[in-house]
Design a protein around this ligand. Structure first.
Ligand code: MN
Length: 272
């Protein structure tokens, strides 16, 4: 692999999770080209009990899973999956990107699932940029991936109330918005710089806000790409191990056993 960065804004030294968000990874890779698809990305692996979600910012991500789904999502789109009781998937750049080379930039974050739905049937949904409702103004563009926001409704199905946004704001642009006071909210800057309610944040900063019902006002100090993850806390015990997120240690043991026994399915990847 050429030079790559993986940033892990969450968990961090101060915070294990910001309920219901368990993890946020920001990765940027330069693919050198002339590679086969099987040489790049992440091969088959299982998940249970939460939703791994990928926002694609540059390049693309091909998802294949043990239920036969096989979709490429390009820049501006989202790979959305409920792992439910178990699924095996792979996450790789497309064959075209592996061959031609170029940048792949993604943010993957994990959204916890309430206990009542952890063992629901798995589901998968690709969301393109075109199918992401977007607020557009001269100096900003904000895509609504999940939840209701400014009269737009994001297409991602969720098990608990949340609003997930991905935006771009240009220097001196300003945007003011409100989110339910019961939600936990985090803002992550992929690059650029923002003033958020009087405080400056710079690239790779993760800001978390105690929503007290007040508006959030952001002003761009430079051109900035950001995401907003905001959701109602689930307030349940979290027990996690590798790719499994459950409520108890016993459920984790069960997940390991079920995965080893092939109960989460088998993925035979297609490379054409
Ligand atoms: Mn995965």
């Amino acid at each position: 692999m050429g030079g790559h960065i993986i940033e892990q804004p969450l968990p961090n030294v101060q915070m294990q999770q910001l309920d219901p968000f368990l993890l946020v990874h920001h990765a940027e890779w330069e693919l050198k080209g002339n590679q086969k698809q099987q040489e790049v990305g992440i091969g088959g692996h299982p998940h249970r009990g939460f939703s791994p979600v990928t926002f694609v910012f540059q390049g693309d991500v091909r998802h294949q899973d043990s239920f036969g789904n096989d979709e490429i999502v390009k820049a501006g789109g989202t790979q959305w999956m409920h792992a439910g009781k178990g699924i095996v998937h792979s996450e790789r750049p497309s064959a075209e990107l592996a061959m031609q080379g170029g940048l792949q930039e993604i943010i993957q974050f994990w959204v916890n699932t309430p206990a009542a739905h952890k063992m629901a049937p798995p589901s998968y949904q690709p969301i393109t940029a075109e199918h992401t409702p977007t607020l557009k103004a001269e100096l900003y563009k904000i895509g609504v991936v999940a939840g209701e926001f400014e009269g737009l409704v994001g297409p991602a199905p969720t098990f608990s109330p949340m609003t997930l946004l991905r935006g771009v704001i240009k220097t001196k642009g300003s945007y003011k918005f409100e989110l339910p006071s019961s939600f936990n909210t985090l803002i992550y800057l992929l690059d650029g710089g923002l003033n958020i309610n009087g405080q400056n944040a710079t690239r790779k900063d993760l800001i978390w806000l105690d929503n007290d019902g007040d508006a959030i006002e952001m002003t761009a100090l430079e051109d900035t790409r950001f995401i907003v993850l905001s959701g109602e806390p689930i307030n349940e015990e979290v027990s996690s191990y590798g790719p499994f997120v459950m409520n108890t240690q016993t459920e984790i043991m069960q997940a390991l056993r079920d995965s080893q026994m092939g109960k989460m399915g088998v993925l035979i990847e297609n490379f054409d």
